[in-house]
Design a protein around this ligand. Sequence first.
Ligand code: NAP
Length: 319
Amino acid sequence: MTQYMESAELEGWNMVQAAAQAMATFDHSRPARFARTAANGLRPLAPQDPNAALLWDPFHGWSLPAGASRQDVLELYLPIGSATAGRPITLGHIGQSLDGFIATPTGDSCSVTGPDNILHLHRLRALCDAVVVGAGTVAADNPRLTTRLVSGSNPVRVILDPSCRLPATHTVFRDGEAPTIRVCAIGAAGAAAALTRGEQVLEVAACGRRLDLKDVLAQLHARGHCRIFVEGGGITVSSFLEAGLLDRLHVAVAPLLIGEGRPAIRLSPQLRLQDCLRLRYRVFRCGQDFLYDCDLRAVAGGTGNGGGNGAYATVQRVL
Ligand SMILES: NC(=O)c1ccc[n+]([C@@H]2O[C@H](COP(=O)([O-])OP(=O)(O)OC[C@H]3O[C@@H](n4cnc5c(N)ncnc54)[C@H](OP(=O)(O)O)[C@@H]3O)[C@@H](O)[C@H]2O)c1
Protein backbone atom coordinates (compact mmCIF):
# COMPACT_ATOMS: atom_id res chain seq x y z
CA MET A 1 0.00 0.00 0.00
CA THR A 2 2.94 2.27 0.65
CA GLN A 3 3.44 2.60 -3.11
CA TYR A 4 0.22 4.64 -3.30
CA MET A 5 1.49 7.15 -0.80
CA GLU A 6 2.65 10.33 -2.44
CA SER A 7 6.27 11.12 -1.64
CA ALA A 8 5.41 14.10 0.61
CA GLU A 9 3.26 11.83 2.74
CA LEU A 10 5.94 9.15 2.89
CA GLU A 11 8.43 11.81 3.93
CA GLY A 12 6.02 13.00 6.64
CA TRP A 13 5.48 9.47 7.90
CA ASN A 14 9.25 8.89 8.02
CA MET A 15 9.52 12.05 10.13
CA VAL A 16 6.82 10.77 12.53
CA GLN A 17 8.70 7.50 12.96
CA ALA A 18 12.00 9.35 13.43
CA ALA A 19 10.37 11.49 16.15
CA ALA A 20 8.98 8.41 17.89
CA GLN A 21 12.39 6.73 17.83
CA ALA A 22 14.16 9.86 19.04
CA MET A 23 12.02 9.88 22.20
CA ALA A 24 14.46 7.52 23.90
CA THR A 25 17.42 9.81 23.23
CA PHE A 26 16.78 13.14 24.96
CA ASP A 27 15.48 14.86 28.09
CA HIS A 28 11.74 15.55 27.59
CA SER A 29 11.63 18.15 30.35
CA ARG A 30 13.47 20.75 28.23
CA PRO A 31 12.74 22.28 24.83
CA ALA A 32 14.80 20.75 22.05
CA ARG A 33 15.19 21.06 18.29
CA PHE A 34 16.24 18.54 15.69
CA ALA A 35 17.40 18.29 12.08
CA ARG A 36 16.78 15.32 9.78
CA THR A 37 19.63 12.99 8.98
CA ALA A 38 20.25 11.32 5.63
CA ALA A 39 19.26 8.00 7.24
CA ASN A 40 15.76 9.25 8.13
CA GLY A 41 16.71 9.90 11.74
CA LEU A 42 16.83 13.05 13.86
CA ARG A 43 19.96 14.89 15.02
CA PRO A 44 19.84 17.27 18.00
CA LEU A 45 20.68 20.92 17.32
CA ALA A 46 21.80 23.80 19.52
CA PRO A 47 18.89 25.64 21.24
CA GLN A 48 18.77 28.58 18.81
CA ASP A 49 19.74 26.76 15.61
CA PRO A 50 17.42 28.05 12.82
CA ASN A 51 17.73 24.87 10.74
CA ALA A 52 15.38 22.74 12.79
CA ALA A 53 12.97 20.38 11.04
CA LEU A 54 11.17 19.45 14.24
CA LEU A 55 10.77 21.07 17.66
CA TRP A 56 10.11 19.50 21.05
CA ASP A 57 8.27 21.37 23.78
CA PRO A 58 7.84 19.73 27.22
CA PHE A 59 4.18 20.81 27.44
CA HIS A 60 2.97 20.39 23.86
CA GLY A 61 5.27 17.69 22.51
CA TRP A 62 6.42 17.68 18.87
CA SER A 63 5.67 20.47 16.42
CA LEU A 64 6.95 21.92 13.18
CA PRO A 65 8.87 25.19 13.17
CA ALA A 66 6.94 28.34 12.18
CA GLY A 67 6.75 28.64 8.41
CA ALA A 68 7.23 24.93 7.70
CA SER A 69 4.74 23.60 5.19
CA ARG A 70 1.83 21.78 6.80
CA GLN A 71 1.66 18.03 6.36
CA ASP A 72 -1.51 16.16 7.21
CA VAL A 73 0.32 13.01 8.20
CA LEU A 74 2.37 14.95 10.75
CA GLU A 75 -0.72 16.68 12.14
CA LEU A 76 -2.44 13.36 12.61
CA TYR A 77 0.37 11.32 14.13
CA LEU A 78 2.69 13.72 15.98
CA PRO A 79 0.30 14.08 18.96
CA ILE A 80 0.56 10.31 19.47
CA GLY A 81 4.34 10.36 19.11
CA SER A 82 4.47 13.08 21.78
CA ALA A 83 3.50 10.74 24.63
CA THR A 84 6.03 10.33 27.42
CA ALA A 85 6.18 8.21 30.57
CA GLY A 86 4.94 11.26 32.49
CA ARG A 87 2.24 12.02 29.93
CA PRO A 88 1.13 8.69 28.45
CA ILE A 89 -1.57 8.46 25.79
CA THR A 90 -4.43 6.02 25.29
CA LEU A 91 -5.97 6.16 21.84
CA GLY A 92 -9.09 4.31 20.78
CA HIS A 93 -9.99 3.56 17.16
CA ILE A 94 -13.16 2.28 15.64
CA GLY A 95 -13.95 1.72 11.97
CA GLN A 96 -17.68 1.90 11.47
CA SER A 97 -20.42 2.07 8.86
CA LEU A 98 -22.42 5.26 8.36
CA ASP A 99 -25.11 3.75 10.55
CA GLY A 100 -22.74 2.99 13.43
CA PHE A 101 -21.89 -0.72 13.12
CA ILE A 102 -18.50 -2.45 13.05
CA ALA A 103 -19.62 -5.86 11.82
CA THR A 104 -22.66 -7.81 10.67
CA PRO A 105 -24.54 -9.88 13.29
CA THR A 106 -22.28 -12.85 12.42
CA GLY A 107 -19.13 -10.81 13.12
CA ASP A 108 -18.15 -10.31 9.46
CA SER A 109 -16.09 -7.13 9.59
CA CYS A 110 -13.05 -7.56 7.40
CA SER A 111 -13.75 -4.72 4.98
CA VAL A 112 -15.98 -2.22 6.76
CA THR A 113 -13.34 0.44 6.17
CA GLY A 114 -11.06 0.62 3.15
CA PRO A 115 -7.36 -0.16 2.59
CA ASP A 116 -6.19 3.34 3.57
CA ASN A 117 -7.77 2.90 6.97
CA ILE A 118 -6.07 -0.48 7.33
CA LEU A 119 -2.77 1.25 6.58
CA HIS A 120 -3.70 3.80 9.27
CA LEU A 121 -4.22 0.96 11.77
CA HIS A 122 -0.79 -0.44 10.97
CA ARG A 123 0.75 2.99 11.46
CA LEU A 124 -0.92 3.24 14.85
CA ARG A 125 0.44 -0.20 15.78
CA ALA A 126 3.92 0.92 14.68
CA LEU A 127 3.69 4.07 16.79
CA CYS A 128 2.27 2.49 19.92
CA ASP A 129 3.86 0.30 22.58
CA ALA A 130 0.79 -1.84 23.21
CA VAL A 131 -2.35 -2.74 21.26
CA VAL A 132 -5.44 -3.71 23.26
CA VAL A 133 -8.37 -5.74 21.93
CA GLY A 134 -11.32 -7.48 23.53
CA ALA A 135 -11.93 -11.22 23.62
CA GLY A 136 -14.74 -10.76 21.06
CA THR A 137 -12.30 -9.54 18.42
CA VAL A 138 -9.88 -12.40 18.97
CA ALA A 139 -12.75 -14.91 18.88
CA ALA A 140 -14.22 -13.43 15.68
CA ASP A 141 -11.09 -12.50 13.70
CA ASN A 142 -8.18 -14.48 15.13
CA PRO A 143 -6.03 -11.38 14.37
CA ARG A 144 -2.24 -11.13 14.39
CA LEU A 145 -2.15 -7.50 15.61
CA THR A 146 1.32 -7.01 14.13
CA THR A 147 2.80 -4.16 12.08
CA ARG A 148 3.05 -5.41 8.53
CA LEU A 149 2.16 -2.60 6.10
CA VAL A 150 4.73 -0.10 7.39
CA SER A 151 8.13 -0.44 8.98
CA GLY A 152 8.22 -0.39 12.75
CA SER A 153 8.15 -2.85 15.58
CA ASN A 154 5.16 -4.88 16.68
CA PRO A 155 3.36 -3.61 19.76
CA VAL A 156 2.83 -5.79 22.82
CA ARG A 157 -0.58 -7.46 22.34
CA VAL A 158 -2.99 -7.10 25.23
CA ILE A 159 -6.12 -9.25 25.18
CA LEU A 160 -8.99 -8.48 27.56
CA ASP A 161 -10.25 -11.93 28.41
CA PRO A 162 -11.85 -11.60 31.87
CA SER A 163 -12.78 -15.25 32.32
CA CYS A 164 -9.89 -16.73 30.28
CA ARG A 165 -12.39 -18.11 27.80
CA LEU A 166 -10.21 -17.84 24.70
CA PRO A 167 -8.50 -21.08 23.67
CA ALA A 168 -4.71 -20.99 23.47
CA THR A 169 -4.93 -21.98 19.82
CA HIS A 170 -5.54 -18.36 18.76
CA THR A 171 -2.67 -16.90 16.74
CA VAL A 172 -1.73 -14.19 19.27
CA PHE A 173 -1.06 -16.82 21.93
CA ARG A 174 1.14 -19.03 19.83
CA ASP A 175 2.84 -17.22 16.91
CA GLY A 176 5.61 -15.62 19.00
CA GLU A 177 5.56 -12.52 16.74
CA ALA A 178 5.23 -10.17 19.74
CA PRO A 179 4.71 -10.52 23.47
CA THR A 180 1.05 -11.20 24.30
CA ILE A 181 -0.58 -10.47 27.65
CA ARG A 182 -3.87 -12.11 28.54
CA VAL A 183 -5.71 -9.85 31.00
CA CYS A 184 -8.22 -11.59 33.24
CA ALA A 185 -10.07 -11.02 36.48
CA ILE A 186 -8.25 -11.95 39.68
CA GLY A 187 -8.99 -15.58 40.44
CA ALA A 188 -10.34 -16.42 36.96
CA ALA A 189 -10.49 -20.15 36.40
CA GLY A 190 -8.08 -20.81 33.57
CA ALA A 191 -5.45 -18.27 34.62
CA ALA A 192 -3.28 -20.91 36.28
CA ALA A 193 -3.47 -23.14 33.21
CA ALA A 194 -2.51 -20.22 30.95
CA LEU A 195 0.50 -19.48 33.16
CA THR A 196 1.49 -23.14 33.04
CA ARG A 197 1.43 -22.97 29.24
CA GLY A 198 3.95 -20.14 29.48
CA GLU A 199 1.55 -17.31 28.65
CA GLN A 200 1.89 -13.87 30.20
CA VAL A 201 -1.19 -13.36 32.35
CA LEU A 202 -2.16 -10.13 34.05
CA GLU A 203 -4.78 -10.54 36.76
CA VAL A 204 -6.60 -7.32 37.60
CA ALA A 205 -9.45 -6.35 39.89
CA ALA A 206 -12.94 -6.73 38.44
CA CYS A 207 -16.43 -5.74 39.41
CA GLY A 208 -18.41 -8.79 38.32
CA ARG A 209 -17.06 -9.46 34.81
CA ARG A 210 -15.99 -5.85 34.30
CA LEU A 211 -12.22 -5.45 34.47
CA ASP A 212 -10.76 -2.41 36.19
CA LEU A 213 -9.34 -0.75 33.08
CA LYS A 214 -7.59 1.95 35.12
CA ASP A 215 -5.59 -0.83 36.72
CA VAL A 216 -4.88 -2.36 33.29
CA LEU A 217 -3.43 0.97 32.10
CA ALA A 218 -1.47 1.48 35.32
CA GLN A 219 0.12 -1.94 34.94
CA LEU A 220 0.98 -1.30 31.28
CA HIS A 221 2.51 2.08 32.18
CA ALA A 222 4.52 0.40 34.96
CA ARG A 223 6.00 -1.89 32.29
CA GLY A 224 7.14 1.16 30.33
CA HIS A 225 4.33 1.18 27.76
CA CYS A 226 3.23 4.81 27.44
CA ARG A 227 1.42 4.71 24.06
CA ILE A 228 -1.59 2.46 24.29
CA PHE A 229 -3.73 1.75 21.24
CA VAL A 230 -7.21 0.34 21.92
CA GLU A 231 -8.02 -1.20 18.53
CA GLY A 232 -11.43 -2.67 19.20
CA GLY A 233 -13.99 -3.92 19.09
CA GLY A 234 -16.93 -1.76 20.01
CA ILE A 235 -17.46 -3.11 23.53
CA THR A 236 -13.81 -2.61 24.42
CA VAL A 237 -13.43 0.90 22.99
CA SER A 238 -16.75 1.88 24.61
CA SER A 239 -15.65 0.62 28.01
CA PHE A 240 -12.42 2.65 27.89
CA LEU A 241 -14.41 5.69 26.75
CA GLU A 242 -17.08 5.27 29.43
CA ALA A 243 -14.35 4.96 32.08
CA GLY A 244 -12.88 8.29 30.92
CA LEU A 245 -9.59 6.63 30.03
CA LEU A 246 -9.20 7.63 26.37
CA ASP A 247 -7.14 10.68 25.48
CA ARG A 248 -7.97 10.48 21.78
CA LEU A 249 -10.60 8.67 19.77
CA HIS A 250 -10.31 7.93 16.07
CA VAL A 251 -13.60 7.10 14.36
CA ALA A 252 -13.28 6.07 10.71
CA VAL A 253 -16.64 6.32 8.98
CA ALA A 254 -17.11 4.22 5.86
CA PRO A 255 -19.75 4.87 3.17
CA LEU A 256 -21.55 1.65 4.04
CA LEU A 257 -24.91 0.83 5.63
CA ILE A 258 -24.93 -2.42 7.59
CA GLY A 259 -28.43 -2.01 8.98
CA GLU A 260 -28.04 -4.29 11.98
CA GLY A 261 -25.04 -5.91 13.56
CA ARG A 262 -22.31 -5.38 16.14
CA PRO A 263 -22.44 -1.79 17.31
CA ALA A 264 -19.55 0.68 17.33
CA ILE A 265 -19.55 3.03 20.35
CA ARG A 266 -22.30 2.41 22.89
CA LEU A 267 -22.41 4.34 26.17
CA SER A 268 -24.86 4.48 29.07
CA PRO A 269 -27.95 6.44 28.04
CA GLN A 270 -28.18 10.14 28.89
CA LEU A 271 -31.56 11.79 29.20
CA ARG A 272 -30.36 15.22 28.14
CA LEU A 273 -28.26 16.03 25.08
CA GLN A 274 -26.29 18.52 27.14
CA ASP A 275 -24.91 15.61 29.18
CA CYS A 276 -23.64 13.80 26.06
CA LEU A 277 -20.05 14.04 24.92
CA ARG A 278 -19.61 16.76 22.31
CA LEU A 279 -16.14 16.34 20.92
CA ARG A 280 -13.37 18.57 19.72
CA TYR A 281 -12.27 17.02 16.43
CA ARG A 282 -10.36 17.26 13.20
CA VAL A 283 -11.38 15.36 10.08
CA PHE A 284 -9.02 13.60 7.70
CA ARG A 285 -9.93 11.92 4.47
CA CYS A 286 -8.58 8.39 4.59
CA GLY A 287 -9.19 6.95 1.14
CA GLN A 288 -12.93 6.30 0.86
CA ASP A 289 -13.44 6.86 4.59
CA PHE A 290 -13.55 9.94 6.79
CA LEU A 291 -11.45 9.79 9.92
CA TYR A 292 -12.59 11.83 12.92
CA ASP A 293 -9.62 12.52 15.18
CA CYS A 294 -11.21 13.51 18.50
CA ASP A 295 -9.18 15.04 21.30
CA LEU A 296 -11.00 13.92 24.44
CA ARG A 297 -8.86 16.09 26.70
CA ALA A 298 -9.85 19.31 24.91
CA VAL A 299 -13.07 21.24 25.36
CA ALA A 300 -15.45 21.06 22.39
CA GLY A 301 -15.39 24.19 20.26
CA GLY A 302 -13.75 25.32 17.01
CA THR A 303 -12.70 22.88 14.36
CA GLY A 304 -9.34 24.46 13.54
CA ASN A 305 -8.03 25.06 10.05
CA GLY A 306 -9.56 23.34 7.05
CA GLY A 307 -8.37 22.55 3.58
CA GLY A 308 -6.45 19.77 1.88
CA ASN A 309 -3.84 20.12 -0.86
CA GLY A 310 -5.73 18.25 -3.57
CA ALA A 311 -3.02 15.61 -4.20
CA TYR A 312 -3.78 11.97 -3.49
CA ALA A 313 -2.60 10.92 -0.09
CA THR A 314 -3.77 8.19 2.22
CA VAL A 315 -4.57 10.76 4.87
CA GLN A 316 -5.65 14.25 3.95
CA ARG A 317 -7.10 16.79 6.34
CA VAL A 318 -10.43 18.28 5.32
CA LEU A 319 -11.56 20.13 8.48
N1 NAP B 1 -14.25 -2.06 12.78
C1 NAP B 1 -13.44 -2.06 13.79
O1 NAP B 1 -12.87 -1.03 14.15
C2 NAP B 1 -13.22 -3.34 14.53
C3 NAP B 1 -12.10 -3.47 15.35
C4 NAP B 1 -11.95 -4.66 16.05
C5 NAP B 1 -12.89 -5.67 15.91
N2 NAP B 1 -13.94 -5.50 15.08
C6 NAP B 1 -15.01 -6.51 14.99
O2 NAP B 1 -15.80 -6.29 16.13
C7 NAP B 1 -16.35 -7.51 16.58
C8 NAP B 1 -15.97 -7.70 18.03
O3 NAP B 1 -16.31 -6.53 18.76
P1 NAP B 1 -17.19 -6.59 20.04
O4 NAP B 1 -17.56 -5.20 20.41
O5 NAP B 1 -18.30 -7.58 19.83
O6 NAP B 1 -16.22 -7.25 21.10
P2 NAP B 1 -14.78 -6.80 21.65
O7 NAP B 1 -14.80 -5.41 22.12
O8 NAP B 1 -13.72 -7.22 20.71
O9 NAP B 1 -14.65 -7.79 22.89
C9 NAP B 1 -15.58 -7.67 23.94
C10 NAP B 1 -15.19 -8.60 25.03
O10 NAP B 1 -13.91 -8.25 25.56
C11 NAP B 1 -13.92 -8.36 26.96
N3 NAP B 1 -13.88 -7.00 27.50
C12 NAP B 1 -13.81 -5.84 26.86
N4 NAP B 1 -13.79 -4.80 27.73
C13 NAP B 1 -13.86 -5.35 28.94
C14 NAP B 1 -13.91 -4.82 30.25
N5 NAP B 1 -13.84 -3.51 30.50
N6 NAP B 1 -14.03 -5.66 31.28
C15 NAP B 1 -14.11 -6.99 31.04
N7 NAP B 1 -14.07 -7.55 29.83
C16 NAP B 1 -13.94 -6.73 28.80
C17 NAP B 1 -15.25 -9.06 27.30
O11 NAP B 1 -15.00 -10.44 27.18
P3 NAP B 1 -16.05 -11.57 27.65
O12 NAP B 1 -17.03 -11.66 26.53
O13 NAP B 1 -15.22 -12.80 27.80
O14 NAP B 1 -16.66 -11.08 28.93
C18 NAP B 1 -16.14 -8.52 26.21
O15 NAP B 1 -17.32 -9.22 25.98
C19 NAP B 1 -15.80 -8.59 15.69
O16 NAP B 1 -16.76 -8.90 14.71
C20 NAP B 1 -14.59 -7.94 15.06
O17 NAP B 1 -14.38 -8.47 13.78
C21 NAP B 1 -14.14 -4.36 14.39
